[in-house]
Design a protein around this ligand. Structure first.
Ligand SMILES: CC(C)(COP(=O)(O)OP(=O)(O)OC[C@H]1O[C@@H](n2cnc3c(N)ncnc32)[C@H](O)[C@@H]1OP(=O)(O)O)[C@@H](O)C(=O)NCCC(=O)NCCS
Length: 157
């Protein structure tokens, strides 16, 4: 049976979220970040790390069902990872996370967003294109398993 959530909040991640982000990363990414990798992103002063939290009716604790992580390098925001729990996909949550990240990056004076995505990752490419990202090119054999990366970017102003 599907669970319905009433409250959704996007907020900056905190150190207390690491375990839950790590667990979500394991379910979402075939080459997941390690626990240390997640923790490293927190310690980067130029990172923006947001989580999507929900509170189910009558539940005593909240759940983290998505996150997005990016690094601000000068005036460019580099999106490193976005993930939504498999049970909650195709409901606009990935797009919500990207919009929240871009607002946060614009508030820090970013003028451009960019990323690499696996060429076969059609849901992710769709999410970025919906938000207005364009394809800048392909980096052949970019990933360890030989898959190509599609380079995408968006001008924020
Ligand atoms: C990418 C991801 C974050 C998207 O999250 P989401 O909450 O499903 O995103 P949204 O609901 O906002 O949008 C998903 C879109 O992909 C589309 N989609 C889903 N499967 C698709 C497929 N196989 N081919 C093409 N489009 C597809 C959906 O129809 C939807 O587009 P629409 O709104 O036009 O119908 C999620 O799929 C995920 O966590 N994937 C695993 C981690 C990952 O690959 N991250 C990207 C790293 S760059």
């Amino acid at each position: 049976m599907q669970t319905f959530f009433i409250d959704k909040t996007i907020r900056p991640a905190t150190l207390y979220d690491i375990e839950r982000i790590y667990a979500l990363e394991q379910t979402c990414n075939p080459n997941p970040w390690t626990r240390e990798g997640v923790a490293e992103e927190f310690s980067n002063p130029n990172s923006i790390f947001l989580v999507l939290e929900t509170q189910a009716p009558h539940a005593t604790s909240s759940q983290i069902i998505g996150f997005i992580s990016a690094a601000l390098i000068l005036d460019e925001i580099h999106i490193l990872e976005v993930a939504v729990c498999p049970n909650h996909r195709n409901a606009g949550l990935g797009s919500l996370l990207i919009n929240a990240l871009l607002s946060s990056a614009a508030a820090k004076n970013a003028v451009r967003a960019c990323l690499e995505v696996r060429a076969a990752n059609l849901p992710a490419i769709r999410v970025y294109e919906k938000r207005g990202f364009g394809r800048d090119g392909v980096r052949k054999g970019y990933y360890q398993d030989g898959e190509d990366a599609v380079l995408m970017s968006l001008e924020l102003f």
